[in-house]
Design a protein around this ligand. Structure first.
Ligand code: ADP
Ligand code: ZN
Length: 529
């Protein structure tokens, strides 16, 4: 019996105008949609804000049956369904947060061909009842959102994604589309193979976000720097501030509120209801600042996020790109600002050294961190560096801090040798120290500690008066970033030689360093330097 659905179907263009009120498709949208409407598969790499949702929503309305959207973002399903319902699209979801009667109502609607879109958490597809249900209805397509979650090497890995290839085995004739906003060449290949999308049409959009201004500033009392930034450039704007720890999230949110900036905390340690309420307020109210761990943000569709600030160093370029990508989805000028200092490098190197997992795992974490550090220390365009990381090319952008105020580089070989040979001499006495004491020695300061330890007699005592404390900290930070220097795992941030240090000490390696920008006003010598 032919279903009523089999009548004449609207075209994608008609759906776009009638349902969304938009005039034209953007970028690859039209071609992606045509591929699915014609029954083909697609793998879509498109940056945040590029318009991925329409790529599966429109063909779900054009093709007979229901579009099944697999998404890990359970917390957002209600919002997504509400937004679609407001447009007159018949949408529902099935996940663990529902009451049995709610679930049954959605299932019945699906069976009665009354749903255009059905959102599912990936773990639902492991439940035989769900698979039986899908078998009894009519499926327009499968959309696998946040497809990078299938990558075991990535930062968002979800084991339930691994079994999504079953979709293809079970329903080989149903077109599939996998979408992600984050993919290096390696992740891209992994998505294609794990989801059996090698034969799909691949659409790779430019990862450039021209309206985002990338800036990485030396960390020097980051909360005060943040307040300065928000007051001077983003008064009244909505934005996201990322911190590494829950404690730091709470303290930073309090700090902003005390400074008269409306801010809310978000982290996994907060009560579920508090989290949901803060997220809802951030989405609905104007000019709120969300201070959060990286637990916040995936799938958040708030077009007017004017800035994303990182008070701690992200662990990878993928993470940095994804988090900063939440700024400026409406295409208007936005700021991505990161405060980065010596302590970040020390902390993350140590976290990797003491992390669980085998040597290969630690090596991978180190590669991720090294790429992030290279982005921080680059003297060339940050955007070009970002694009290169994702295998794309670009021209110096004129809209990042290194383009706007090009940093000078200088030959830091001799400075590096002075520092490293001080460490060698202390090593000979079986002594190890952190950056503060080493800089005191190099700058020839007769502190009580220097006197007590007799370090004024070291041959390198006072050989570094040509550089300021801040410049020396910059040398240490950059040597750590380049792995020409290492941090002990003792937890005190003491410094030691790395396997590469000897190349510098022997004079076999030139060390080019980024000149530290002049610091203005604020207190110097903080431990965050
Ligand atoms: P992504 O999922 O890739 O981050 P979205 O699908 O959320 O991006 O789209 C980002 C914004 O752009 C949304 O507000 C969406 O409505 C809008 N948008 C997408 N495609 C178009 C289009 N063709 N014309 C106008 N606006 C669009
Ligand atoms: Zn640039």
């Amino acid at each position: 019996v032919p279903e009523p659905d089999d009548g004449p179907r609207p075209t994608p263009q008609e759906v776009l105008q009638r349902v969304w009120g938009y005039d034209a498709f953007r970028g690859d949208q039209a071609e992606i949609i045509d591929t699915l409407v014609a029954g083909g598969d697609a793998l879509v790499l498109m940056p945040t804000g590029g318009g991925k949702s329409l790529c599966y929503q429109v063909p779900s309305l054009v093709r007979p049956g229901t579009g099944i959207v697999v998404s890990p973002l359970i917390a957002l399903m209600q919002d997504q369904v509400d937004a679609l319902s407001a447009l007159g699209v018949r949408a529902g979801f099935l996940n663990s947060t529902q009451q049995p009667h709610e679930r049954r109502a959605v299932e019945q609607a699906f069976l009665d061909s009354e749903l255009d879109l059905l959102y599912l958490a990936p773990e639902r597809l492991r439940v035989p009842d769900t698979v039986d249900l899908l078998d009894q209805g009519r499926i327009a397509l499968f959309a696998i959102d946040e497809a990078h979650c299938v990558s075991q090497w990535g930062h968002d890995f979800r084991p339930d994604y691994l079994q999504l290839s079953m979709v293809h085995e079970r329903w080989p004739d149903v077109p599939r589309i996998a979408l992600t906003a984050t993919a290096t060449a390696a992740t891209h290949a992994e998505i294609a193979s794990r989801l059996q999308l090698e034969d799909a049409k691949h659409f790779v959009a430019s990862f450039d976000r021209p309206n985002i201004q990338y800036r990485i500033a030396p960390k020097d009392n980051p909360r005060a720097q943040l307040v300065d930034l928000l007051r001077s450039e983003h008064p009244g704007d909505a934005g996201i501030v990322y911190c590494l720890s829950r404690a730091s999230v709470e303290q930073t949110a309090d700090h902003l509120v005390a400074a008269g900036i409306p801010a809310l905390p978000y982290h996994a340690g907060l009560d579920r209801q508090v989290r949901a309420r803060n997220q809802a307020r951030f989405l609905r109210e104007d000019g709120l600042v969300m201070v959060a761990t990286i637990a916040f943000g995936m799938g958040i569709d708030k077009p007017d996020v004017r800035f994303v600030a990182h008070l701690d160093l992200p662990k990878s370029v993928e993470g940095y790109y994804q988090e900063t990508g939440r700024a400026g989805r409406d295409g208007l000028p936005s700021t991505a600002w990161l405060a980065y200092g010596l302590a970040d490098v020390v902390q993350q190197r140590r976290m990797i050294d003491t992390s669980d997992g085998d040597a290969a795992h630690r090596r991978r974490l180190t590669q991720h961190l090294d790429a992030m550090l290279a982005l921080c220390e680059t003297v060339t365009c940050r955007r070009v560096q970002l694009l290169n990381y994702f295998g794309q090319s670009g021209e110096p952008c004129g809209n990042c801090d290194t383009c706007l105020t090009p940093p000078e580089s200088w030959d830091g070989t001799v400075a590096a040798q002075k520092l490293l040979s001080t460490i060698v001499r202390l090593d000979q006495r079986n002594q190890r120290y952190g950056v503060g004491h080493l800089v005191d020695i190099l700058r020839g300061k007769t502190t009580p500690r220097v006197q007590q330890l007799g370090h004024a007699t070291l041959s390198t005592f006072g050989v570094g008066t040509d550089l300021s404390d801040g410049e020396w900290r910059g040398v240490v930070r950059q040597l750590l970033a380049m792995e020409l220097l290492a941090v002990d795992t003792d937890g005190y941030g003491t410094l030691r030689l790395s396997p590469l240090s000897s190349e510098v000490l022997r004079g076999d390696r030139e060390v080019r360093l980024r000149r530290e920008p002049e610091r203005t006003g604020r207190s110097r010598g903080g431990s965050s330097g």
